[in-house]
Write a protein that binds this ligand. Structure first.
Ligand SMILES: C=C(O[C@@H]1C=C(C(=O)O)C=C[C@H]1O)C(=O)O
Length: 405
């Protein structure tokens, strides 16, 4: 039954012995999952919709954080799992002016598998359940137009307008009878260590952690700077070494690390930023830097997300000039691509990634995949186009029909 906006509602949390059984039971009752969040063996799976809250505009993440606090304050929790609390999944638009809805989704059932233990969270439909809206089609942006945009961005950077801008493109993939579950399983297998997600029609396998918060401890992983993998181990190692030594990639990466320092520094204590290393994924090498910090009392994961988004890894630097350049040079709405995606619990703990290596489901038979690359003064348009191709690979693999043998 739907509850009025401020009425209390019950939430039941029970430890469970067999996640497999509970997943099957919840699926039988509510249909396929509405939200999946997975990294290796830690998995959250949501079924049914208790509430779907929608946000827009420049304040969308902070509005969501406030709405979630109000939602949690109404929950009357009956729990036998000491550290557990209600959970919402979220996917936010990249741009302030996006037509895409930014969403917090509270499932009727969430099965949480973490650190070898599992529990199940149950609530009724408490609402509001705001329906999805149809958004205008994504404007086309063919590869030649992408190269021209990169060329123009390089020209503006050399004139001193800004230092870095991340330009993206998109492709439509035909996916007759898309099996999202199978796509996610393939991503899990091939991209161990990535955040594998499906929230409100956007899915993927992101290697980039925007912010996690757990019991006052925060982490973030900055990626910027990319090189291809090679099947030949010697050539592959040379690619890795060249990436670590490349002034262009080190500069791109340093800008992203600086932006983390600027945004997280004032909001956290004991911020510790590691040294850049080469992170090897199945499709690419990335320059990566890990950071840890302590968050102050009352600061939750979404508060950090609001500060960090959009990072220099997906927008550029300085932020405002880079965003203006994206608006001018990238003629389409990124929707939730490169936006924050993740989950938050009743205490403000949560895990948020940047929705990269991702696609939007546009119908039963097609998805739209997006990928971008950081452009700096030394960028070559064709090279950046090629890089976006490597970054589209995970989604192409995930939706390719499974071949026998
Ligand atoms: C923009 C994307 O990736 C980002 C850009 C990178 C780069 O320019 O080297 C590397 C990792 C990500 O931070 C994407 O995957 O679409």
């Amino acid at each position: 039954m739907l509850q009025p906006g401020d009425a209390p509602f019950p939430v039941t949390i029970r430890r469970i012995a067999s996640a497999a059984e509970e997943l099957a039971a919840a699926g039988a009752q509510h249909g396929p999952p509405v939200a999946v969040w997975r990294r290796d063996d830690d998995v959250l799976t949501g079924f049914g919709t208790a509430a779907r809250l929608v946000f827009a505009g420049p304040g969308r993440v902070l509005d969501a954080a406030a709405a979630w606090r109000r939602f949690v304050a109404r929950a009357v929790v009956d729990s036998d799992a000491p550290d557990a609390s209600p959970v919402a999944f979220g996917a936010f638009a990249f741009a302030d002016r996006s037509a895409a809805q930014s969403v917090l989704l509270v499932p009727r059932v969430v099965v949480v598998q973490r650190g070898g233990a599992a529990h199940r969270i149950d609530l009724d439909e408490v609402g509001p359940v705001v329906p999805p809206t149809t958004v205008p089609p994504v404007a086309p942006f063919p590869p030649e137009a992408y190269e021209r945009a990169v060329d123009e961005a390089v020209r503006r950077i050399r004139q001193g307008a800004f230092e870095k801008v991340v330009l993206a493109r998109h492709v439509v993939l035909d996916t007759p009878d898309l099996d999202l579950d199978a796509a996610l399983r393939l991503l899990e297998d091939r991209y161990r260590g990535a955040w594998v997600f499906a929230v409100d029609g956007v899915f993927g396998a992101s290697p980039e952690t925007l912010a996690t918060v757990r019991g006052g401890a925060a982490t973030s992983r900055v990626l910027a700077g990319t090189a291809p993998r090679d099947q030949d181990p010697t050539a592959d190692d040379a690619n890795r070494a060249a990436l670590l030594e490349s002034p262009k990639n080190r500069f791109e990466h340093a800008l992203a690390v600086d932006s983390l320092l600027l945004t997280l520094g004032p909001a956290t204590d004991d911020l510790d930023i590691g040294r850049p290393f080469a992170l090897g994924l199945r499709n690419v090498w990335h320059l990566a830097t890990d950071a840890t910090a302590r968050v102050r009392a009352g600061v939750g994961a979404l508060d950090l997300v609001a500060l960090l988004h959009p990072t220099a890894a997906v927008a550029g630097a300085p932020r405002e000039a880079a965003l203006a350049a994206i608006e001018a040079l990238e003629p389409f709405d990124r929707r939730r691509y490169a936006g924050p995606v993740g989950w938050i619990d009743g205490r403000g703990d949560g895990e948020w990634a940047i929705a990269l290596r991702s696609a939007e489901v546009e119908g039963p038979d097609r998805v739209r995949a997006f990928a971008g690359a950081g452009v700096v003064a030394g960028s070559d348009p064709h090279q950046e186009l090629e890089e976006t191709g490597w970054k589209l690979q995970p989604i192409r693999e995930a939706v390719a029909p499974v071949r026998a043998g």
